[in-house]
Design a protein around this ligand. Structure first.
Ligand code: BG6
Length: 314
């Protein structure tokens, strides 16, 4: 199978998944949690490596433990995996970008992301390939568990095949994204908002801004913003909102209206041809439509580019 011959035995009769990761890899894992439950119908828990390794948790030995790590050498994730094995876990899979790294050697299965060497500390192409690989795993497990029909499986695979061309479409907006970046020159704080599948993307976008341009940024679930952070919104606080067509679009539009009423500057990632958000936002970066579950693969790209151009300009 796609995941190596031993995969059949390891994947057989797993009843749930536990994801261990840090930083950007954790956000890839959070995206995958949504897929493992919505596509493969497998209950999925996710833990920050550095918390899990010291926590007194309760193991479920029919769980597939997935460690996600670009380098395969992040000590917190290595120790988290060791801890999982110490308390009895046997079914382990590494999603990794470096052959034969520590996490790969400590796992019974590995699925390489093949992103090429990730030079920068901030993980970008590694993140994109991590979530692509994890979406394939969700589809595969959906078939193994019988929770996904062959036709649904084929439909999702066909859409995945179209993603690279859709990403190329996004990259053509380089000029617009550079212009958006120039509006961040005096910015010292920023909020990223997303819902559903795009909530982990908001977290990842905020981390990119912190890591690459040294601006304080916080990712938040869009609806949660009214329970606190909305008090911070003013002309000095730009808000990046992921507001693609599918996935609670109407509710995100009302979140945008709330921000507008507080004179927040709005940068929106929208679906191609969007009209309603265009009337409200200061900037709109368009992404092509896709299956709702795969929008994260597309909506992350503008946020990676935005952080890059802001950093270059600062
Ligand atoms: C952090 C980096 O130190 O490690 C993040 O700043 C990275 O960018 C995180 O995502 C996890 O690294 P890895 O190699 O385990 O994916």
């Amino acid at each position: 199978s796609l995941f190596g011959n031993k995969a059949k035995d390891v994947f057989k009769n797993i009843d749930s998944i536990l994801i261990l990761a840090a930083g950007t890899s954790y956000y890839a894992g959070l995206t995958a949690k949504y897929w493992f439950e919505s596509i493969a119908k497998i209950p999925t828990a996710i833990e920050i490596s550095s918390e899990y390794r010291y926590r007194d948790s309760v193991p479920n030995l029919n769980q597939l433990v997935i460690s996600i790590s670009q380098s395969g050498e992040t000590l917190d994730t290595i120790e988290a995996l060791k801890h999982a094995k110490k308390i009895g876990h046997k079914k382990t899979l590494a999603i990794c970008n470096v052959q034969e790294s520590a996490i790969v050697r400590a796992s019974s299965l590995v699925f390489y992301t093949r992103a090429g060497i990730e030079i920068g500390v901030a993980s970008t192409k590694a993140f994109t390939t991590q979530i692509t690989v994890l979406s394939l795993l969700a589809l595969h497990l959906g078939m193994v568990k019988g929770s996904l029909s062959r036709s649904e499986y084929q439909k999702h695979l066909a859409e995945l095949e179209s993603i690279p061309d859709k990403v190329s479409e996004i990259l053509k907006q380089e000029k617009l994204i550079k212009e958006v970046a120039s509006s961040f020159n005096e910015t010292s704080n920023c909020i990223y908002l997303g819902r559903g599948y795009n909530f982990p993307v908001a977290l990842e976008g905020a981390l990119k801004l912190k890591e690459i341009s040294y601006i304080h940024a916080e990712g938040y679930p869009a609806a949660e913003m009214k329970h606190g952070p909305i008090a911070l919104i003013d002309e000095q606080m730009p808000v990046v909102v992921i507001a693609t067509k599918k996935g609670h679009y109407d509710k995100v539009v009302s979140n945008i209206q709330e921000i507008k009423s507080r004179k927040g500057r709005i940068i929106a990632v929208v679906s191609e041809g969007d009209v309603r958000v265009k009337e409200l936002a200061d900037y709109c970066i368009e992404v092509p439509e896709s299956l709702e579950c795969f929008t994260p693969i597309l909506t992350t790209i503008p946020l990676q580019l935005l952080s890059y151009y802001i950093a270059v300009q600062r």
